[in-house]
Design a binder for this molecule. Structure first.
Ligand code: 0WD
Length: 255
C-alpha cells in the first residue's frame, strides 16, 4: 500500500513532460493516488491528455485560472465524479516576456496585474473552489522560487508574484487549518521547463547552482515530486504554512 493509497486530487500546471507538475504526478501515482489533470488550452491538451492517460487518469479538464467560472466547473466536476478530494497541486505561473526582460521599474501596470493574477491570486481562488470538497487531512501545495526573497536578475515581476504567493500560503494555511487542511509551498531550484525558457539568463542560473549549492548540482522534477509527496501525504500531517526549499541547499549558502 502506497502513501497516497485511497487519496484523490487534482494537478493544475502540467504543460508537457518537462513540467515540474509532471514530476509531482509521477510520484503521486507511484504512491497510489488517483489524479485529475487540467490543461490550459487546446494546444496543451494534446500534450497533457496522453500524459494523464498514461497514469490511468480519467478526469482531464480545461482550466485557465484566470477564468473563475471554468475553475468552479472543474471542482464541480470533481465533486460529481468523486464527492470529496484529498489534495490540490498548484503549479502555474506566468509573466509577460517584456516584463522579465526590461528593467524592473519599467514593469507595466497591466503586466503586474497579469503576473500576480495568474501566479498568486489563482492559489486563493483555487483554494476557495476546493475547500467545500476537501477531506479533513487534505493538503494543498504550490510552487515558488527564491526570487520571492531576493532580487534575482531577470526574475523581476515574477519575484513580486512569488512573494505574494508565499504570503498567500501563510494566510490560507491560517484560515483552513481549522478544517484540518494544510497549505504549503515548495521553493524549487532552477529546472529547465517551458516556463523557465521565459526567464533571462536561465542557463547561467543552472551553472551557478552547480557551482555554489551545497550539493554542487541542480535539482530534478523527480526530487520536487518526492518532496511534494511528503507534503501531500500524512507524513507531513503536522506541517502547514511552510515554504520548503528543494534547491540543493542553494538558499542557505554564501552567494
Ligand atoms: O526553474 C523552474 N522551472 C522553477 C519553476 C523554479 C521554481 C518554481 N517554479 C514554478 C513556476 O513558477 C510555476 O509556478 O513551478 C511552477 C511550474 O512551472 P514549470 O514546471 O517550470 O513550467 P511549465 O511546465 O511551463 O508549467 C507551467 C504552466 C504553463 O505552462 P506555459 O509554459 O504554457 O505557460 O502553467 C500553466 C501552463 O500550462 N499556466 C496556466 N494554467 C492555467 N491557467 C495559466 C493559466 N492562466 N498560465 C500558465
Amino acid at each position: 500500500m502506497g502513501l497516497m493509497a485511497g487519496k484523490r486530487g487534482i494537478i493544475v500546471g502540467v504543460a508537457n513532460n518537462k513540467s515540474i507538475a509532471w514530476g509531482v504526478a509521477q510520484q503521486l501515482k507511484e504512491a497510489g493516488a488517483e489524479i485529475a489533470f487540467t490543461y490550459l488550452n487546446e494546444a496543451l491538451e494534446k500534450r497533457v491528455r496522453p500524459l494523464a492517460e498514461s497514469l490511468g487518469s480519467e478526469i482531464i479538464l480545461p482550466c485557465d485560472v484566470q477564468d473563475e467560472a471554468q475553475l468552479e466547473t472543474v471542482f464541480a466536476e470533481l465533486e460529481k465524479r468523486w464527492g470529496k478530494i484529498d489534495f490540490v497541486v498548484h503549479a502555474v505561473a506566468f509573466a509577460n516576456r517584456e516584463d522579465l526582460k526590461n528593467p524592473f521599474s519599467q514593469t507595466s501596470r497591466a503586466g503586474f496585474q497579469l503576473a500576480l493574477d495568474i501566479s498568486a491570486y489563482s492559489l486563493i481562488s483555487m483554494t476557495r473552489a476546493a475547500m467545500p470538497i476537501m477531506n479533513e487531512g487534505g493538503s494543498i501545495i504550490t510552487m515558488t522560487y527564491l526570487g520571492a526573497m531576493r532580487a534575482i536578475p531577470g526574475y523581476n515581476i515574477m519575484g513580486v508574484a512569488k512573494a505574494a504567493l508565499e504570503a498567500s500560503v501563510r494566510y490560507l494555511a491560517a484560515e483552513v487549518g481549522e478544517q484540518g487542511v494544510r497549505v504549503n509551498a515548495i521553493s524549487a531550484g532552477p529546472i529547465k521547463t517551458l516556463a523557465a525558457s521565459g526567464v533571462g539568463n536561465f542557463n547561467e542560473k543552472l551553472r551557478v547552482m552547480e557551482k555554489r549549492s551545497p550539493l554542487k548540482r541542480t535539482v530534478s522534477q523527480e526530487e520536487v515530486g518526492k518532496a511534494s509527496l511528503y507534503l501531500l501525504s500524512d507524513l507531513a500531517s503536522g506541517v502547514t504554512g511552510e515554504v520548503h526549499y528543494v534547491d540543493g541547499g542553494f538558499s542557505i549558502a554564501e552567494g
